[in-house]
Design a protein around this ligand. Structure first.
Ligand SMILES: Nc1ncnc2c1ncn2[C@@H]1O[C@H](COP(=O)(O)OP(=O)(O)OP(=O)(O)O)[C@@H](O)[C@H]1O
Ligand SMILES: [Mg+2]
Length: 335
């Protein structure tokens, strides 16, 4: 089941960023605008995917939430508290893994967690519980230095969970994980949401990593949010396509027949000597029999008819292009 929480900025938003700006001074003395009017909210009980290319400001945004970076202007609220003024009131309610885990290499995973746990009043039982939860209980007594990258990431998530947070903040937790471990991580995040009512924000620069787990997607580029929407709303913004795959020798005729009958299509090379004719259609499954009938009535027999699902990747690319085009317009206006 996909939950679609309202992201209206009501009290259901656990976190709100409003027009946050933050610049850093680079080594060459120039100013780098990391957040440039960044606004987003995190709906309670949801998994939010914070997506954006390298350097777009994801880590900086998450750091402002954790009190690790102080905004130049704008406001950040978590659990209704203004940050960073009220950071200490909310610190215990958030667990975070930012820019990779930092553990003592010579200690075991369990020992490392015990040390973190002490800061939060968590004991051996909680340590065992989180180790179990992230699936590395079997390696609890091994030295951290011998952990694989995936095990280190999992231990990092365990560290973020040890305080029993309501909000889990994970910066690129899937980095370096193999496909199976990425799937495990997704399952874990869903379990935390469903069984513990946790709210999760997870950043990534790879869409596919978070696409299958997020209820909500926030796309950031150049320090500002260019797209902020529920997954099903995003999907409904795209258009499905009906794809007719046929032998390339009959493609020409098929194109002529379809165009004569008012269909608009694009033609591309398909696999193994086929061509693919792609037609935008609001409801491709309903559309398919008519297309098939039309073609076969004129002795053109497709090999396959496929309904191409809307890909979030297309939507992502479209949002980035639209934002770039808008930015170009603004800079032209200012010349
Ligand atoms: N402490 C810092 N000093 C100087 N510049 C910084 C600092 N932190 C971030 N920046 C700059 O701010 C911009 C945003 O960086 P940030 O780390 O937030 O991006 P990101 O989206 O997390 O990127 P990535 O996907 O590579 O992790 C970048 O241009 C970065 O170089
Ligand atoms: Mg980052």
């Amino acid at each position: 089941m996909t939950r679609e929480p309202e992201n209206t900025g009501s009290s259901d938003a656990l976190v709100r960023f409003d027009n946050v700006r933050k610049s850093f001074r680079t080594a060459r003395g120039r100013r780098q605008q990391a957040l440039d009017g960044f606004s987003m909210s995190i709906p309670r009980g949801s998994i939010v995917g914070l997506l954006g290319p390298n350097g777009s400001g994801k880590t900086t945004a998450l750091k402002t939430l954790l009190g690790l970076v102080r905004p130049d202007s704008g406001t950040v609220h978590a659990f209704g508290h203004p940050l960073p003024q009220d950071q200490r009131h909310v610190a215990g309610r958030m667990g975070a893994l930012i820019e990779g885990p930092a553990f003592n290499a010579s200690l075991t995973g369990e020992h490392n967690l015990r040390l973190i746990g002490e800061l939060h009043g968590a004991g051996a039982a909680e340590v065992s519980e989180v180790l179990e939860l992230v699936g590395i209980a079997h390696a609890a007594r091994r030295a951290y230095s011998g952990y694989s990258l995936g095990m280190k990431q999992r231990l990092g998530v365990a560290g973020a969970l040890i305080s029993g947070p309501e909000l889990l903040v994970l910066d690129e937790p899937m980095n370096g994980l193999d496909p199976e471990a990425v799937r495990d991580m997704r399952e874990l995040l869903k379990r935390l949401r469903d069984e513990r009512g946790m709210t999760v924000v997870v950043s990534s620069h790879i869409l596919a990593e978070v696409e299958l787990v997020s209820d909500w997607v926030t796309i950031v580029r150049n320090g500002r949010v260019i797209c902020d929407a529920g997954i099903s709303e995003l999907i409904s913004r795209g258009t499905e396509h009906l794809v007719v795959r046929l032998h390339d020798t009959v493609a020409e005729r098929a194109v002529a027949i379809l165009e004569r009958n008012g269909h608009t299509l694009t033609r591309t090379a398909g696999p193994r000597g086929t061509d693919e004719l792609r037609m935008a259609a609001p409801q491709p499954p309903a559309y398919a029999p008519d297309v098939l009938k039309l073609l076969t009535s004129q002795d053109v027999y497709p090999r396959e008819l496929l309904v191409e699902a809307v890909s979030l990747e297309d939507i992502y690319v479209a949002a980035v292009r639209a934002a770039d085009a808008a930015a170009k317009d603004v800079s032209l206006d200012h010349r």
